[in-house]
Design a protein around this ligand. Structure first.
Ligand code: HEM
Length: 375
């Protein structure tokens, strides 16, 4: 609560939580994904790949963080990474380091650094928010700040400025840190699995060949037809365990098998225990995207809903009422990036690529790759 702010979507409940989620979905929900974000993501992915071309080495986690931040921040706060110093996302670095640390607020501790990181970002956001609040109302609502300011002014939800600011902060963070890890992990798994990479490449080459003009923009229908890509994404997220822990509180006594979790208990859910359980996933440590394909063909399977959000066997995006609101956006960004990459470029690993859970997914030496034109 101290890290994300006491007044935030995380502890909110009931209808207020539902309204806050609906507000987020106005920006990152299915309609905007199809009409606005598909194009944004595609253009940004293509421009980023082009700018990395022929560099001796690109550290993928950092490069994709910056790329994704620019897409998300544009829609949240109209942030233009090309006209600003492009480094707002870097301010989150100190924040991330202490995210799951012992909460000791003394200079030098990871928690202290985390809170300093939060302070820096919040200062920038508050300035932006106050300026926008004072400015005359824009007729065309262009970003999330506008939406929040309108909501506050209309006073429909009794939403405070602090809640709004904490929400922007959370979305900026959740939007880039998780998805960039997902992409980096997927590329690392594909680098180590040429057979999977070949099948993925074939899927995207075929989409490209079916177009009247091979370089035309990806359509929503094409995106929805990326079945093997979806398997690769699910398998990468299963193994990467980007969200290492979920915190819950039981609202009533919960009976599970022979146990009772008493009302009011704080429960820490650890998704990797499920994702690496050999009774659910055969050879759980092996990157095997085809295990998801079986589900898709049979429409019934032991594992999880193949293309959907969550189940008791797949909780990379959490589940239930708290299911990640950005899940579809994240999966789309991963798929579009993979499409843009494998249709035009080849890459080779240069350095790093080791993944550790400590406790969240980290790449201690980064993952450095070199990208070259395919043809
Ligand atoms: C691969 C990428 C992502 C992963 C693995 C991920 C994971 C998760 C998980 C596990 C939760 C549930 C937390 C809980 O139950 O306590 C969650 C919630 C959330 N995520 Fe994501 N996320 C991703 C991308 C995104 C993106 C792109 C956004 C926004 C643009 C986002 C925004 C949120 C928000 C606002 C919540 C809180 C929902 C609520 O409390 O109702 N996430 N995410």
């Amino acid at each position: 609560m101290r890290i994300f702010g006491a007044e935030s979507i995380i502890p909110s409940m009931g209808s207020f939580h539902k309204h806050a989620k609906n507000l987020i979905l106005r920006i990152f929900g299915p309609e905007n994904l199809r009409l606005v974000l598909l194009q944004d993501v595609q253009r940004t992915a293509q421009a980023s790949l082009l700018s990395w071309l022929d560099l001796p080495s690109v550290e993928l986690k950092e490069a994709t963080s910056s790329m994704i931040f620019s897409v998300t921040a544009k829609r949240l706060i109209s942030y233009d990474s090309s006209s600003s110093d492009g480094k707002l996302w870097k301010q989150f670095d100190a924040f991330i380091r202490g995210l799951l640390a012992f909460p000791l607020y003394i200079p030098g501790t990871a928690f202290y650094q985390c809170m300093q990181g939060r302070k820096e970002v919040m200062k920038i956001l508050r300035k932006l928010f106050d300026e926008r609040k004072k400015a005359p109302s824009r007729r065309e609502k262009v970003d999330f700040i506008d939406l929040l300011i309108d909501t506050i002014k209309e006073d429909k939800l009794a939403m405070s400025d602090n809640f709004a600011l904490n929400l922007i902060f959370l979305l900026l963070f959740a939007g880039f840190e998780t998805t960039s890890s997902g992409i980096t992990a997927a590329i690392k798994f594909l680098t180590d699995n040429p057979k999977a990479l070949q099948e993925l490449t074939d899927e995207h080459e075929n989409i490209r060949k079916r177009r009247a003009s091979p370089d035309a923009e990806i359509t929503w229908e094409e995106y929805k037809s990326m079945n093997f890509t979806s398997c690769v994404i699910h398998e990468s997220l299963r193994l990467a365990n980007i969200a290492p822990l979920l915190f819950k509180k039981s609202k009533e006594d919960v009976h599970i098998k022979a146990y009772t979790i008493p009302k009011g208990s704080k429960v820490m859910v650890c998704p990797s225990i499920v994702h690496l359980n050999p009774t659910i996933y055969e050879d759980p440590n092996v990157f095997n995207p085809w295990r998801w394909k079986v589900c898709e063909l049979l429409y019934e399977c032991e594992i999880a809903e193949p293309l959907g959000g969550a189940s008791k066997d797949f909780m990379a995006f959490g589940g239930g009422l708290r299911l990640c609101v950005g899940a579809e956006f994240a999966k789309m960004q991963m798929a579009i990036f993979l499409h843009s990459l494998v249709t035009k470029y080849r890459w080779k690993a240069v350095k790093g690529g080791t993944m550790v859970l400590s406790p969240g997914l980290r790449f201690p030496d980064g993952f450095h790759i070199q990208i070259v034109h395919k043809y």
